[in-house]
Design a protein around this ligand. Sequence first.
Ligand code: GLP
Length: 253
Amino acid sequence: MKISVFKTPAEMGAAAAKEIARAISAAIRRNGGCRMALSTGSSQFEMFEALVREPVEWPRVTMFHLDEYVGLPETHGASFRKYLKERFVSRVPLKKAWFVSGEGDVEANIEALSKKISEAPVDLGVIGIGENGHIAFNDPPADFDTAAPYKLVSLDDRCRRQQVGEGWFATLEDVPRQAVSMTVRQILSCKKIITVCPHAVKAEAIKLTLTSPEVTNLVPATILRTHPDWHLFIDEAAAALTPSETLNKEEYR
Ligand code: GLP
């Protein structure tokens, strides 16, 4: 595990994008291609803006989408498919992008995507952390056990309120109650995980993720601490509540 703290979200995003590009290139050298999982949300804005400018052999990269609301059309401003298409997929010539869809026959969508992602290992996961400590849409208490790659999940109130707070929805009632999410075990199976998590609203989640005495599904992101190759990128605002002894531990630098 490695922690890198930056003054601003822009500096953090640029550094994370460089590390993501390095990891993609290393996977391409190893396997001839890279399979990666990508998060969305306000926390990823600066990273995507920088990532599309990185010199990467994009035609060798296959992308898997992390999570999407159930019942939300792609035309809605909060759709994560819309987000990824506008901020990433339309801007780089990927080999292939596989999206999560929460429309139509959701169970069939989950099965088809689960089959696709299971065809080979995932080299890299770019995995955000929510205000409630979620990874993808695995809200507390998260299912740490299921071996399925994607599943239907219920969203907790804090997660739904975060989406209103960020301006994706006008009211809490507008936020869907369910989503399709990559599961915790599928996320952990990524050979390398890079987390990008800026902003003061994440300071509590970062503190709990790094300092909870136990890995616990009540703070789902604590499980990232068990991954052999996890690199956390945060800004000073997100780091503000975490003791400096934790941030500066020799083994995290
Ligand atoms: C969001 C998304 C995830 C993301 C995480 C952090 O709600 N479902 O893909 O990793 O939660 O994103 P945000 O910037 O919204 O906090």
